[in-house]
Design a protein around this ligand. Structure first.
Ligand SMILES: *Cc1c(COP(=O)(O)O)cnc(C)c1O
Length: 371
């Protein structure tokens, strides 16, 4: 082969056309590009308090064993999760982030010709995992920026093998009620697996997000995904999990690699689960910060979408990219959401009080043309 572009024609068709996920800009990258220091990143919904003390201590203890392979079955972490949710260990699938669970379910259930239903403005990983395996994405229009479950159900056919729902949704922060969600799952044909992505469930104030666990016994086609990346402050370690009936978990576990969770991730996640104090602090800091930031929006005359997560979408009523770039020059990284068909919005992760203040100050300066 002497034309190096020819190699693209050898990739499977879905991959040929795949546009990869764009992550939030890393702090180091902005430092390199603009020579700035004191950068704050409110772009990837990470925990502004960092990891908890218990997780850090567990990592230190685990360091001495790094020459060994980790426990490929993640026994201790699964046991801790099984106890927390009163499920059987056979109902748990561990992933390298919950992102891996989304990939496993796509690989295990999809093939070209099958369809996947998800919502407009829903998490960007759903179209990617769908396309990577050559299946067809069917996008239902959003309702008030959130999932329109009726519109989704209308699009489910005999060919639909998967539906993805993010609750709360990223990037919009919208939340569905447990009653509506359960009615939707109940109405799905049993030829269709329902993935309920609950990456932000810990932030849902009224605890309604935990209602879904009880549905696992009723719907063998339900897969709930959760993560240690957001409320638990361990995004850098990559650990998430799926909860489902044991049969669905067995299928997912067949296609994962044998050591998909590293040893430090397993140890830290197990310890983090028992650190209720850190979780409580995280939830409180988020609630206070959400109030502070949205009050700031109100003072600036800006509208936002009420959010159940640790982030909020603000409507600038003008193209967001120039504002995003002006904020970057002030050392504040937030998230443009043009890829979500929301070109006038920015997504802001709730930070510490100091970070929230810096962000609002920078936004005020940028919007008043003082850039
Ligand atoms: C962040 C996020 C995830 C995945 O995070 P992991 O770090 O891979 O666990 C999944 N779903 C949504 C909606 C998210 O925002």
């Amino acid at each position: 082969m002497n034309n190096s572009d020819n190699i693209y024609t050898l990739a499977v068709p879905g991959v040929q056309k795949l546009i990869p996920y764009t992550p939030g800009k890393p702090i180091e990258e902005l430092e390199r590009e603009l020579g700035l220091s004191h950068i704050i990143k409110l772009a990837s919904n990470e925990n502004p308090l960092g990891p908890g003390k218990k997780a850090l201590a567990a990592i230190e203890t685990a360091l001495k064993d790094l020459a060994l392979y980790p426990d490929g079955n993640g026994f201790n972490l699964k046991l801790a999760l099984a106890n927390k949710y009163a499920v059987d260990m056979s109902q748990i699938t561990l992933g390298n982030g919950s992102n891996e669970i989304l990939e496993l379910v796509a690989r295990a259930f999809l093939t070209p010709g099958l369809e996947v239903v998800f919502s407009q403005h829903a998490f960007a990983v759903y179209p990617i995992v769908t396309q990577a395996v050559g299946a067809t994405a069917v996008v239902a229009p959003a309702l008030n920026y959130g999932h329109d479950l009726d519109a989704m159900l209308e699009r489910v056919t005999d060919n639909t093998r998967l539906v993805f729902i993010a609750n709360p949704n990223n990037p919009t922060g919208t939340l569905l009620s447990p009653a509506d969600l359960e009615a939707f799952i109940q109405a799905l044909p049993d030829t269709c697996v329902c993935v309920l992505d609950e990456a932000y469930c810990e932030f849902v104030g009224d605890g309604s997000a935990d209602k879904s666990i009880a549905w696992l016994n009723l719907y063998p086609n339900l897969l709930i995904t959760r993560t240690f990346s957001k409320a638990y402050g361990l995004a850098g370690l990559r650990v998430g999990y799926g909860l489902s009936g044991p049969q669905l978990a067995d299928i997912l576990n067949r296609v994962r690699q044998p050591f998909n969770n590293n040893m430090l991730a397993l140890a830290a996640a197990e310890a983090a689960l028992s650190d209720t104090e850190h979780l409580q602090n995280t939830i409180e800091v988020n609630a206070q910060g959400m109030k502070f930031i949205t009050e700031g929006f109100k003072n600036l005359g800006l509208e936002w979408i009420p959010s159940a997560g640790n982030f909020v979408l603000v409507d600038l009523k003008q193209p967001a990219m120039p504002v995003y770039e002006a904020l970057l020059r002030k050392g504040v990284i937030v998230r443009p959401v043009g890829v979500y068909e929301l070109p006038n919005h920015l997504r802001i992760t709730i930070g510490t009080q100091a970070e929230n203040q810096l962000f609002l100050q920078a936004l005020t300066e940028v919007l008043s043309g003082n850039v």
